[in-house]
Design a protein around this ligand. Structure first.
Ligand code: ADP
Length: 323
């Protein structure tokens, strides 16, 4: 194999640049040329390819965001649209691809593999929602951003004897809320896997108010409630002045942490190994402390990883202040 491409796709995540840098370094070591593809699958069908080298890798390795850009292209589900991308790759002599993104991007990678371009996926998303990878690239950075924000919110809530509702990303995966809530001492945690009703949340905050707790933080995953409305309800029921903070896109940016960079670079090296061995239709994931390549087709419909330990942690944290 002489030429490969690399792209980042779907929602961006800190560490995607490190993944691209890892691909370049690994390929360089094997004498393989690398082409960066701009804006994910959109760049693939528009022929937005640029040759990238070790200097480019050095420039981007430590930066947040994704220098190659990311985009969503719903039309990529259509074979005729993908065919344009395949033709562009063939014209440029690019034989295989590394795709850094989430589940949706893997579907595109699988379809491309079926059309003759071997693709390997890398788990790039802050949500930690890739089936059967313990951690994803970007999760640790987002987690630390959230922790810093909650610590700051705690300072002011504690000063003023208030409550806060803090909303974090994660979509259907509550890991960001769970890990951040556990490590900052949030009094109430509600995630998609362990959702509390608004009444349960208010009741719990009321108990804390009665006990004279100086500050309370309710941490929730996005899309479960209207956080501003929830804050109003908490205020009415508990008597705490209550404010909502939706952390939003602050969670998606920032310099990637050491753990995210390490996961990104090592999984990228592993991905290039897979392509060099002629494999495609797989994604790289972390299993225990080992990188593994899993078949995209056979894992996409797998149930989410076993969450029983996480759920019992949430239950314990949520019950510690009960009467
Ligand atoms: P993520 O990769 O973060 O899960 P998306 O679900 O938005 O993000 O997927 C990213 C892109 O992957 C989509 O915009 C689309 O171009 C491509 N994609 C998603 N699902 C499919 C599919 N079933 N077939 C082909 N391409 C897909």
């Amino acid at each position: 194999i002489k030429k490969i491409g690399v792209l980042t796709s779907g929602g961006d995540a800190p560490g995607m640049n490190a993944a691209v840098a890892g691909v370049i370094r690994a390929a360089n070591a094997k004498g393989i040329e690398v082409y960066g593809i701009r804006d994910g699958y959109k760049g693939l069908i528009n022929g937005w390819f640029e040759k990238v080298d070790i200097d480019f890798a050095q420039e981007i390795l430590t930066r947040g965001g994704t220098r190659l850009g990311s985009a969503r292209l719903p039309e990529f589900k259509e074979e005729s649209v993908r065919q344009i991308g395949v033709d562009n790759l063939k014209k440029a002599g690019i034989e295989a691809l590394v795709v850094c993104g989430g589940d949706g991007s893997y579907m595109g990678a699988q379809r491309l593999t079926e059309m003759g371009i071997n693709c390997v996926g890398l788990p790039g998303t802050i949500d930690n929602d890739i089936v059967s990878s313990d951690y994803t690239i970007g999760f640790d950075t987002a987690l630390n951003t959230i922790i810093e924000a909650i610590d700051r919110i705690r300072d002011t809530m504690q000063s003023h004897n208030r409550a806060a509702v803090v909303e974090v990303m994660g979509n259907h995966c509550g890991d960001l809320a769970l890990y951040a809530g556990t490590t900052t001492g949030c009094e109430v945690i509600s995630t998609s896997e362990s959702k509390l009703t608004e009444e349960e949340i208010c009741e719990q905050v009321k108990v804390l108010a009665k006990k004279g707790k100086r500050s309370v933080i309710v941490l929730v995953t996005e899309n479960l409630y209207d956080s501003n409305a929830l804050a109003k309800k908490v205020e009415e029921k508990s008597g705490y002045v209550t404010r909502a903070t939706i952390l939003g896109h602050t969670q998606r940016g920032g310099i990637p942490t050491g753990m995210d960079r390490y996961l990104a670079v090592t999984s990228a090296i592993y991905a290039v190994d897979q392509l060099a061995a002629g494999k495609g239709g797989v994604y790289v994931g972390l299993d225990g402390n080992k990188l593994v390549a899993r078949d995209i087709n056979s894992t996409l419909n797998m149930p989410r990883k076993d969450k029983s330990q996480e759920l019992s942690t949430i239950r314990l944290l949520n019950s510690q202040f009960k009467k």
